[in-house]
Write a protein that binds this ligand. Structure first.
Ligand SMILES: Cc1cc2nc3c(=O)[nH]c(=O)nc-3n(C[C@H](O)[C@H](O)[C@H](O)COP(=O)(O)OP(=O)(O)OC[C@H]3O[C@@H](n4cnc5c(N)ncnc54)[C@H](O)[C@@H]3O)c2cc1C
Length: 493
């Protein structure tokens, strides 16, 4: 009998496991895939170790910095190139043309603080800018709060701001349309600043002035996956067992409310069956524990809890949004023309931009100096991402060669540089498919209902981005809090 079983070895699960093991609880982590880390993955492309998922963290809260310090990695924290991002938009003047412009600086999620500023007018034109400026003259609804980011922007600043400034940002960051995003989740404080300042642009300026100076994000020299390596080393030190290739298939609770016991069933790890081609003859292995922390994405967590009680089963039927699959195409290429960083650190692409299928491009060697040094002169890493909410994946059916051709075509259009296919040194594709977006309208209410049911289930905790919010700055404190409730129940501390 273990003290704690953690289901899911993403960053939330690993952090929860560490927090419990540090005070002497015996912990096992069961991870479905062959490697721990979840969306903090890495891969080797053309001899370079690159992040295959998250590549930075938000510095708006101290949570990540404190955690990084605790792992002894503070000296490895690096700021990105401050050049900033660009936008790729339909060109109003050229039929079927597109145009690249810098993303205006003084905004929140693309919403401009100064609608008539030069860099805003370059994106939405004079008529769009005047329409956005009308926000300053409109009264503010003081009863109730706004929920949908898209509806608010459309109402106060008009369609041009929504389609050419805000949508590219929300699609890039949340893979969601602005209409579907809950304001209080994606822009905390915006609603109340709107009431205080009397306009949306005023609210944006007030949030911007309250934010600390400097970049909003930071990274780690060598990539964010170093965080996972450091966590795993720490977990070994605390004798935590991490079982990989072990997707959990069942969760059963016995005992009393005061002293519950849990039985967790998982598919046999590959090494136990002799390999993926050999059918498992053994029954599925089970593990027993006093406490369980579920740290999988939402769909799996809800599925695992569904048999516990009717109240748990009912959570599956809440109006969860359909997950959007994202596919990343990473290219390592010899292209000295990119040394000048023609589009800053990357480009967000507006929907319906002619000739471009990608929704975003990161010029990774422009963004991170350590990687440019590792790649060497003239060698560049670019990462394109595909998949928009509510649309079929544009890349799922493509062969590797077809996806490489499409991503090179998109990169040429976006970067304005002629990239030679023969100069490609390496290419990789990565699919991220099963995250429930935690930022959609109604999310706070759904999350509250889930947390209430779990809080009434003794011995069970739940954590992860689908509850806490996307990104390490939200995930880390939530995982620490879940573990500290378990520690309290286990040891009274
Ligand atoms: C492409 C991409 C880019 C991102 N960029 C950034 C960024 O720059 N900055 C930032 O802060 N955040 C970024 N994020 C978000 C951030 O990576 C996530 O919010 C965070 O890593 C989520 O951690 P998690 O542990 O909650 O979930 P996950 O990382 O999804 O981990 C869940 C784990 O559970 C496992 N699992 C699933 N089902 C089972 C089962 N039945 N049994 C056992 N295990 C199971 C999965 O295999 C997985 O390892 C990005 C995400 C993606 C996909």
């Amino acid at each position: 009998m273990k003290d704690v079983i953690v289901i899911g070895g993403g960053v939330a699960g690993l952090i929860a496991a560490r927090s419990c093991a540090r005070i002497g609880l015996s912990v096992t982590v069961l991870e479905a895939t062959g490697v721990p880390g979840g969306a903090l993955g890495s891969h080797q492309v053309a001899g370079l170790t690159l992040d295959s998922g998250a590549e930075s963290f938000a510095v708006r809260r101290n949570a990540v910095a404190e955690f990084i310090a605790d792992l002894g990695l503070t000296d490895e924290v690096v700021a990105p190139n401050p050049a900033g991002a660009w936008l790729q938009l339909p060109d109003d003047r050229v039929p079927n043309g597109s145009v690249s412009v810098p993303l205006p600086k003084a905004g929140v999620l693309g919403i401009p603080g100064s609608p008539l500023a030069d860099d805003v007018r370059r994106v939405i034109g004079w008529s769009g800018a005047w329409r956005a400026y009308a926000d300053r003259l409109m009264p503010v609804m003081t009863i109730g709060r706004e929920h949908s980011l898209g509806a608010l922007v459309r109402k106060r600043m008009g369609r041009r701001v929504l389609e050419r400034l805000v949508e590219p940002v929300t699609t890039g960051v949340y893979s969601s349309a602005a209409d579907d995003l809950e304001i209080d989740v994606v822009a905390p404080g915006l609603n109340s600043a709107l009431t205080v300042t009397g306009s949306l642009s005023g609210a944006v300026l007030s949030l911007r002035s309250a934010a600390p100076a400097g970049s909003n994000v930071a990274g780690l020299r060598g990539g964010m996956s170093r965080l996972v390596a450091a966590l795993v080393a720490d977990l070994r030190h605390f004798d935590v067992e991490i079982v990989t290739d072990a997707p959990v298939t069942g969760l059963h609770r016995a005992g009393t409310d005061d002293a519950p016991t849990w039985t967790v069933t998982h598919a046999p790890a590959a090494r136990e069956t002799g390999g993926p081609d050999e059918p498992a003859l053994e029954p599925e292995p089970t593990l027993d524990a006093r406490f369980v922390i579920i740290a999988t994405p939402g769909a799996q967590a809800l599925g695992l809890m569904a048999d516990l009680s009717p109240a748990h089963a009912a959570l599956v039927d809440l109006a969860w949004p359909q997950p959007t699959a994202i596919e990343l195409a990473t290219i390592v290429i010899d292209a000295p023309e990119l040394d000048s960083h023609p589009r800053g650190t990357g480009v967000l692409v507006a929907a319906a931009t002619p000739g471009v299928t990608a929704k975003a491009l990161t010029h990774v060697t422009a963004k991170w100096e350590w990687l440019a040094e590792a790649a060497g002169p003239g060698c560049h890493v670019i990462r394109l991402s595909y998949g928009r909410v509510g649309q079929d994946s544009p890349t799922a059916r493509l062969s590797d060669d077809e996806l490489l051709a499409l991503s090179l075509h998109d990169a040429r259009t976006i970067l304005g540089v002629d990239l030679d296919a023969a100069a490609v040194r390496g290419f990789a594709r990565t699919v991220w498919g099963d995250a429930l977006s935690p930022a959609t309208v109604g999310a706070p209410e759904r999350v509250k209902q889930v947390r209430e049911v779990v809080a009434a289930t003794s011995g069970l905790e739940l954590t992860g981005a689908w509850l806490a919010g996307t990104g390490l700055a939200s995930v880390i404190p939530d995982a620490v809090a879940a573990a500290s409730r378990t520690r309290h129940d286990a040891l009274g501390i």
